[in-house]
Design a protein around this ligand. Structure first.
Ligand SMILES: O=C(O)CCC(=O)C(=O)O
Ligand SMILES: [Fe+2]
Length: 323
């Protein structure tokens, strides 16, 4: 039978209401809490990565990073050097991965979360056995560093690309190769940002590198897919949570859905083209002695479009497991 995920279920059954196990939240007074209309949209602090190589600008960026980490725990990085085409190919190939038939997907199912094999999951509860509802998300997760694990098929996955005049062609994109490239590039970005963040905290960079064991520390990739939901106010993609590692990098398609908790209020994030969103996690909160909080965030769903987010988390091996 294979791995049937929410995306498969929604596509195959033409749902008109949320199945009871996905109904969230349980309390009637919370019903409006998830509506996009109820939350204010904010623009996060923007960090221009290209300025880090210019000595005159670097100290200003360190200061901006300090403020962003302290007051938001979230920021947008622009001019990061990851080509838009790489991001797009990665999103497309992950979407194609989710679109594989349940039988094809089952070949990728791994056993352990930190195994360098693919873990496919759906409707996952964050606290197994405690949460009574499942979430409207499909996810695949892989450990990509120090051992690189990605879909094993070297020939890659065929990606349906829409060409002009709506003609579809199949271009072969190798998910393994693209993910490998994005892993390397995102690792460089994270290491550079960590250096500046540590400098802002007045922690010694060499000691940090050693103590965090950044070269052997785990890096986890996870792809989240939130299918359109007939009753978005009755379901949640991912409930409020904080991330475990040091830093999380997030790229996504053009569909809104991320909310973050800022000054006791939920706010929606305005997307900035060609940017990477970064947030600080639990490990950073510990390292900064509580100065940089691991901020709560959640993903809501909508009734029109599929949302895809790609999350890369770095930290020491025990701390990094993303949600
Ligand atoms: O999909 C999103 O925007 C959030 C994903 C997330 O927070 C996570 O995977 O930890
Ligand atoms: Fe998260």
């Amino acid at each position: 039978m294979g791995v049937i995920m929410i995306n498969d279920l929604i596509k195959s059954t033409n749902l008109i209401s949320v199945p009871s196990e996905y109904a969230f939240p349980a309390k009637p007074e919370d019903l409006n809490m998830l509506s996009e209309k109820e939350v204010e949209h904010v623009t996060l602090p923007v960090i221009d990565f290209s300025f880090l190589s210019s000595p005159g600008e670097r100290s200003k960026i360190i200061e901006d990073l300090r403020d962003a980490c302290q007051y938001w725990g979230f920021f947008m990085v622009v001019n990061h050097g990851v080509p838009e085409s790489l991001k797009k190919d990665l999103i497309d190939s992950c979407m194609s991965f989710f679109d594989l038939s349940p039988e094809e997907k089952s070949a990728y199912r791994g056993k352990y979360k930190l195994d360098p094999r693919i873990v496919l999951d759906h409707g996952t509860n964050l606290n197994s056995g405690v949460d009574s509802v499942s979430f409207l998300r499909d996810q695949f997760k892989a450990c990509v560093h120090p051992i690189f694990g990605s879909p094993p098929k070297p020939e890659g996955i065929k990606v349906k690309k829409k060409k002009k005049k709506k003609k579809k062609t199949n271009k072969k994109i190798d998910l393994h190769e693209i993910l490998c490239e994005y892993t390397k590039r995102s690792r460089e970005i994270m290491k550079e940002l960590l250096k500046e963040i540590m400098e802002g905290l007045k922690l010694d960079e060499d000691d940090i590198e050693k103590s965090l064991e950044l070269n052997s520390g785990a890096q986890i990739f996870s792809a989240n897919l939130y299918p359109p939901c007939p009753q978005p106010e009755l379901a949640i993609g991912l409930p409020p949570h904080a991330d475990h590692g040091l830093l999380t990098l997030l790229i996504q398609n053009d569909v809104d859905g991320l909310h973050i908790k800022n000054k006791e209020k939920w706010v929606a994030v305005n997307l900035i083209p060609n940017s990477i969103m970064v947030n600080t996690g639990d490990h950073m909160e510990t390292l900064s002695k509580g100065k940089y909080k691991s901020v709560l965030h959640r993903a809501v769903v909508n009734n029109k479009e599929t949302r895809v987010s790609l999350v890369m988390t770095v930290g020491s091996s025990k701390e990094t497991d993303a949600t």
